[in-house]
Design a protein around this ligand. Sequence first.
Ligand SMILES: [Zn+2]
Length: 297
Amino acid sequence: MKAAIGTGEGPNVALIGELDGLSCPSHPAATPEGYAHSCGHYAQITCILGAALALSDPEVAESLDGTATIFAVPAEEFQGSGVRDEVRRTHDVHCAGGKCELLRRGEFDDIDLSVTTHSLMVDRDSDVDLMLGNSACTGFVGKTVYMHGKAAHAAAAPHMGVNALNAACLGMSALGMIRETFEEKDCVRVHPYIREGGEAINVVPSRVVLDMMVRANSQAAIEKVSAKVDNCFKGTAMAIGCEAEIVNSQATCPAPSACPRTSCGTPPPCWATMSKSPPSPPASATPPALTWAICLQ
Ligand SMILES: [Zn+2]
């Protein structure tokens, strides 16, 4: 959805609402396939719908000096690399992320400034129930490691095989060993999982696929850690006799911010001081009213 409100002249400011169907089978609203618009996407879309309602008020719309573009953007998260690969193979989609693809298609060419928001996680013992804001955010590179080995009967002839799962597991161990080199200031996070772990229980795995994200708060740190991670899997592939094919399929820039909250920090005072209790709900109201904190920058 992309809709403009205003004069059509002057600056064009996009108000972005992020969307994505995430694999979350335990979500109460999950589809039978296990997908849900979790990650707070209901809140982000509600934000831009609320902004659209307010800006569409004739008195407000007439007073705008420019244009507000209400822009719902899909495929925000970097989940389901297999699904994304399939979509890119079968559709005219080149990028793994929605905003990247829309940029490629020129949908942001008429936009001068984009503003987005995202709900944030809150500690269970916090007195705030929900946070929405544009806090600092790490960037990332999405990485897929295809470990190629050689199949053989796992009981009768394991010596004939080259075990891709062993190489992948050893690579994850190597990744664990280099974590001590990650600097606190860079807010590094590397989180892999095995998407494909083998073909059959009695076959030496010949192909293993790992997806991971390498996150950090600067492009330089992302590149440095990404190269180290590559070496982990290249090195262990060589040790086992496999071949490691590494594909970096999406990169998102870090979002620096004046707000000191980072993905590995604790909420700074500005969040607490800006939190406010909503008006007291009627006595019969259930569930308990949420407390909101909004970080403005
Ligand atoms: Zn999200």
